[in-house]
Design a protein around this ligand. Structure first.
Ligand code: MG
Length: 375
């Protein structure tokens, strides 16, 4: 089955009161739309982004900074239904199942997405929803209650909403009435719609209160790392993922990049899953001479699989010589790329110890790092 996500970011966002598209608002170090994209990654064959007209470039750039590459970024239509259709039209010709998701629901989980996909393959549709918790009444315009609805039959609709692409296209053709979600469109076209359990956490960012709630749903965690290696002749000097011209290099099993080792430990520490030595034992020949950027990328992969997002990282390198200042911009860029975060979430600093200690005598280089993650 070829399964694609359509992420809708075309809403006007007037109720949020922000100028910026609300799906670009940052939660736990990541824009909402990036959190959505990452949730679908690995479960689908790709994702198409539907934005407000004129914002396609902005979205493509933002996604790239986070190492996210949608298949297409297309402008939306005049309402949700039109935007959803634009997304469908941008899918590859072989697309069988479409999962349509609000870009303003950043807390969608892989479990919910799996339930939706399972339901589509089993019975042709799957729509995330949660049962009503409060009693719901119907009232007239003056607020006089007409009736109390049976709560057992009431559900709040969420996304993703999954259907076969051919059914969705047929429904768009058949229905001219405007619908507020894809489930309503499919109902209007006479297709059965199957609910699957969403989550109360799968909120849609609509108002500033939702944004406060969203920030409150994530817990920040911090980790620290430290590393030191001996300087020796006949080795290349690698620091922060950058090769630095110098007469000596750091001695170690890998490229001995102390800055990246400290940073990798800070990330693993924030997630409380051990240290670099446990994850990449130096008894293992496959790590001999390896670029520490690969170890850092692997640490990122492991912690993101556990549901952590990266807030910011800060590295301090303690080194008497050579002068590191000219290489710091490159170090920040290589770290940002490996961690799939923007450069402004990566800090690298260098200092000396005024000739005191082993770093001061030029016997070695050490590094310290702090990382903040959210889950
Ligand atoms: Mg080390």
């Amino acid at each position: 089955m070829s399964i694609y996500a359509i992420l809708l970011s075309g809403g006007s966002g007037t109720r949020m009161g922000a100028k910026e598209n609300k799906t670009l608002l940052t939660i736990g170090g990541e824009p909402a739309i990036v959190r959505c994209f990452r949730a679908f990654q690995g479960l689908t064959d790709g994702a198409v982004l539907v934005t407000r007209a004129g914002e396609e470039g902005l979205f493509a750039d933002t996604m790239r900074q986070y190492g996210c590459f949608p298949l297409a970024v297309v402008p939306g239509g005049e309402d949700r239904q039109a935007s959803s259709l634009r997304g469908l039209q941008a899918l590859p010709a072989d697309a069988e199942i479409a999962l349509i998701h609000d870009g303003a629901r950043p807390f969608v989980t892989k479990e919910i997405i799996r339930r939706v996909i399972g339901s589509v393959t089993a019975c042709g549709s799957g729509v995330a929803a949660v049962p009503a918790r409060d009693t719901v009444k119907r009232a007239d315009r003056e607020g006089r209650v007409i009736e109390t609805l049976d709560r057992a039959e009431l559900w709040h609709m969420q996304t993703p909403q999954g259907f076969y692409v051919r059914d969705l296209l047929a429904a768009h053709d058949a229905v001219s009435a405007r619908c507020t979600d894809d489930a309503a469109l499919m109902e209007a076209a006479g297709y059965p719609v199957q609910l699957v359990m969403g989550s109360p956490d799968n909120i849609k960012l609509t108002s500033p209160e939702d944004l406060r709630m969203a920030h409150g749903m994530l817990t920040p965690r911090v980790g620290t790392g430290f590393d030191a290696h001996r300087l020796t002749e006949g080795r290349q000097l690698w620091l922060g993922g950058v090769k630095i011209p110098y007469e000596k290099g750091l001695l170690g099993h890998s490229d001995a990049d102390a800055a990246l080792h400290a940073l990798t430990d800070a990330l693993l520490g924030a997630a409380a899953i051990g240290d670099i030595g446990q994850l990449f034992p130096d008894s293992d020949m496959k790590y001999k001479g390896i670029s520490s950027l690969i170890l850092l990328e692997e640490a990122r992969r492991v912690i993101t699989e556990l549901g952590f997002s990266i807030g910011n990282v800060d590295v301090t390198i303690v080194c008497q010589a050579p002068k590191l200042a000219p290489y710091i911009p490159q170090m920040r860029e290589s770290i940002a790329k490996a961690l799939q975060i923007p450069v402004d979430q990566v800090s690298v600093k260098a200092t000396t110890t005024e000739r005191m200690g082993y770093e001061g005598r030029g016997e070695g280089i050490s590094a310290q790092a702090v990382a903040v993650v959210f889950r």
